[in-house]
Design a protein around this ligand. Structure first.
Ligand code: NAD
Length: 347
């Protein structure tokens, strides 16, 4: 689907800075969206994937940058939110790739420390190493394991609030058996959860399921498959006005960014009795790890900060029960108070 500016759901005047790059010598086409630096340098990964057109890429980068602002703010770290996309050319390998990353590194350098790039779909640690030859202060870190630690803490808290007990025998469906999903599967299984996995890469799904004595279902059956907890760890914009009535779970909590197609879907989920844990509230383990590495935190401080995700999820869900507001509204309010102006997910 091709999005247009009018249905992007973003108030486009709210991006702090948008840099669109067309570099003639390398052929690089890229955009960096710095959504907000009120709290500190803006952290956000570099996404490199094919897009139907430049406008679609720019809308996506702005949406994702906003989510990063919310994520850092709600996590209580002094960082802002940003994201970048490389929309041209499609990701090549070898030397061509290196020279494109170098060109992108020069863009990052010109942003003078206001943008802190990290990994996202389509980029690798090797890319970050190349970037660090062009721009100072690049954090070469693969944070997926820390992300899974935070998601696990958040799911545990949500389960405790929903059922008043632990993960033992809870049926958890994980969509996406990649970096975060596979580590999450291990943690959930160790806590006694019954894990089911779905991935477009069926071999990967099977390997992860086998490693945790779990099951595999086809990707097309994810929406509507009966489970207690649905953990999206693959793609975003999954829960919309149509699928909201088909999901057959009591909790939705996972690593994927931008899970709801519309803000209003959070209310529909609440009306159906589903506890939706906002993505930016539960998947901040990685961004905390990046901030911690840059700030020189010792490992115990980093672990404690990531474990706090569970506490925050519990507080937000309890407040939602008390107030009748959605967990999304409550998490946005926490972030807005920290940033000092209203920040909300794009609608
Ligand atoms: P990954 O690329 O390692 O894994 C994603 C997996 O999802 C892959 O195995 C892929 O085959 C599968 N997949 C893709 N489309 C699918 C579909 N339609 N149905 C089922 N499976 C599908 O990514 P990751 O690092 O594990 O991140 C997973 C999600 O979490 C992404 O949305 C990412 O933006 C988000 N996230 C990741 C981190 C992190 O630290 N890695 C932090 C915050 C948020």
């Amino acid at each position: 689907m091709t999005l247009t500016t009018s249905d992007s759901g973003l108030d486009l005047s709210q991006t702090e800075e948008l840099v669109v790059v067309h570099d003639r010598s390398s052929g690089l086409g890229a955009a960096v969206a710095i959504d907000d630096t009120t709290l500190g340098p803006a952290i956000g990964g570099i996404r490199w994937r094919p897009y139907p057109d430049e406008e679609t890429a720019i809308i996506e980068v702005r949406r994702l940058a906003r989510v990063m602002t919310l994520k850092s703010a709600v996590a209580g770290i002094p960082s802002g939110g940003a994201k970048s996309v490389i929309f041209r050319p499609n990701p090549p390998g070898g030397e061509a790739r290196a020279s494109l990353i170098e060109a992108f590194g020069r863009v990052v350098r010109r942003l003078d420390g206001r943008y802190v790039p990290g990994l996202d779909m389509g980029t690798t640690l090797d890319d970050l190493r190349i970037l660090s030859t062009q721009a100072p202060d690049i954090c070469v870190l693969e944070p997926s394991d820390q992300t899974s630690v935070g998601v696990f803490a958040g799911i545990s808290a949500a389960v405790e609030i929903r059922w008043g007990d632990g993960l033992a025998d809870k049926r958890i469906l994980i969509q996406g058996a990649g970096h975060v999903g596979s580590a999450l599967a291990t943690r959930l299984a160790q806590a006694g959860g019954a894990v089911t996995v779905a991935d477009v890469d069926e071999e990967r799904a099977r390997a992860v399921a086998d490693s945790v004595d779990g099951k595999v279902i086809p990707v097309r059956e994810v929406v509507g498959h009966p489970c207690d907890v649905f953990a999206p760890c693959a793609v975003g914009r999954l829960v919309d006005h149509e699928t909201v009535g088909v999901f057959n779970c009591e909790v939705i909590a996972g690593a994927a960014n931008d899970v709801l197609t519309h803000r209003g879907t959070a209310k529909l989920l609440q009306d159906r009795g589903v506890d939706y844990v906002p993505d930016f509230l539960i998947n901040s383990g990685g961004v905390i790890a990046i901030h911690a590495a840059r700030a020189g935190w010792d490992p115990s401080r980093t672990s404690a900060s990531i474990a706090e995700i569970g506490t925050r999820v519990g507080q937000v869900l309890l407040e939602a029960r008390r107030s009748g507001r959605t967990p999304l509204e409550i998490a946005e309010q926490i972030a807005s108070e920290r940033v000092g102006r209203r920040v909300s997910v794009p609608d």
